[in-house]
Design a binder for this molecule. Structure first.
Ligand SMILES: Nc1nc2c(ncn2[C@@H]2O[C@H](COP(=O)(O)OP(=O)(O)OP(=O)(O)O)[C@@H](O)[C@H]2O)c(=O)[nH]1
Ligand SMILES: [Mg+2]
Length: 315
């Protein structure tokens, strides 16, 4: 006698209700606090920060995951009117990073709202790019800690924003409300990254960035802009601590001497502080070696920019 088919077993209940998952782009002028916001949301330094403009040079994603959502926060260089080919690449990186985002947050400085219909001139290239991307855009007024009464405008007449928020990325003020709104806005979908992953970039890249951040923080005027960093060795298999060697490339011999400092003091300070950041991310002690090399005019060489990973992909 034929046995009837066993009843179909019910599918196991999902562990969570489906999560909201998507890409949230951060657009804005240089120095407005995009990378600070990414780090604050993710809870780790995944994107370097300094008080100088043009710190971020390419796309770096911070990954925020909680029970409701996974938001891939796409940090990109600040948008500006390019003055040279190097600047043009920064702006291309921004356009590339923002292209397919589900949502874009336009970070603006709460101290510089539009006056009547007059937009602060530095915002014009950002607004022009946002018009071209044709994605939903929210305005996020940052640095409200610097405005009396934490004031931010509820509307901005210079763009058709869907929503407006006021935050202080540095202190975390206003972020719970912003996160709630992001969770509501993203589409449902499968997770794109492991829940404990905080960045889309590998440790080789992060190590070179931590060194570059110190160059921005400790060296004056032009030097950070004339330098690039690259991880040459990341050896986890040697006996003892993993060895990381980061090359600092600069344009002039005079810069090299300043980077090294008297008796090597500056290079030591850069190395010690970068190493602490790398160890925090890596979760174990490392041996960090720094080399300084002069490569005249590297910023003007397309081949060198490509080799340093600073040329955005086309398309
Ligand atoms: N007072 C105050 N300062 C902030 C706030 N958010 C960021 N900053 C400061 O603004 C400066 C620039 O921050 P970044 O996060 O590097 O800015 P960015 O927009 O990523 O800059 P680029 O990478 O150059 O485009 C740093 O000195 C931050 O500490 C804030 O909410 N309040
Ligand atoms: Mg940045």
């Amino acid at each position: 006698m034929n046995h009837p088919d066993p009843p179909l077993s019910p599918s196991p209940p999902p562990e969570h209700p489906p999560r909201r998952v998507g890409f949230v782009g951060l657009a804005g002028v240089p120095n407005v606090g995009k990378s600070t916001l990414v780090n604050r949301l993710v809870g780790a330094k995944v994107s370097i920060v300094s008080d100088r403009p043009q710190t971020t040079r390419e796309r770096v994603c911070g990954i925020y995951t909680d029970d409701r959502m996974q938001a891939v926060l796409v940090d990109v260089p600040g948008i500006l009117e390019p003055a040279d080919a190097f600047n043009e690449h920064l702006v291309e990186w921004a356009a590339f990073g923002l292209r397919h985002c589900d949502l874009i947050l336009h970070l603006r400085d709460a101290r510089r709202p539009p006056r009547g219909a007059v937009t602060p001139p530095e915002e014009e290239p950002v607004l022009a790019m946002l018009r071209r991307t044709n994605r939903p855009v929210w305005v996020v007024w940052n640095k409200i800690d610097r405005v009396p009464g934490n004031f931010f405008p509820a509307e901005a007449p210079d763009f058709n924003y869907q929503r407006a928020f006021g935050i202080a990325a540095r202190t975390g003020r206003g972020l719970p409300l912003l996160l709630d709104a992001i969770a509501d806005a993203l589409p449902e979908g499968p997770l794109l990254y492991e829940p404990d992953q905080v960045s889309d970039r590998d440790l080789r890249f992060m190590a070179s960035e931590m060194v570059r951040e110190k160059l921005f923080r400790y060296l004056g005027q032009e030097i950070p802009y004339a330098t690039a960093t690259q991880t040459e060795i990341f050896d986890e298999n040697r006996p003892g601590k993993p060895l990381i060697r980061v090359l600092i490339i600069t344009e002039r011999e005079a810069h090299k001497s300043i980077i090294i400092g008297k008796g090597g003091a500056m290079l030591k300070k850069i190395g010690e502080n970068a190493r602490k950041d790398i160890e925090r991310l890596y979760g174990q002690p490392v041996f960090l070696q720094l080399w300084v090399k002069v490569r005249p005019k590297w910023r003007r060489s397309e081949a060198q920019l490509g080799q340093l990973g600073l040329k955005p992909p086309r398309g």
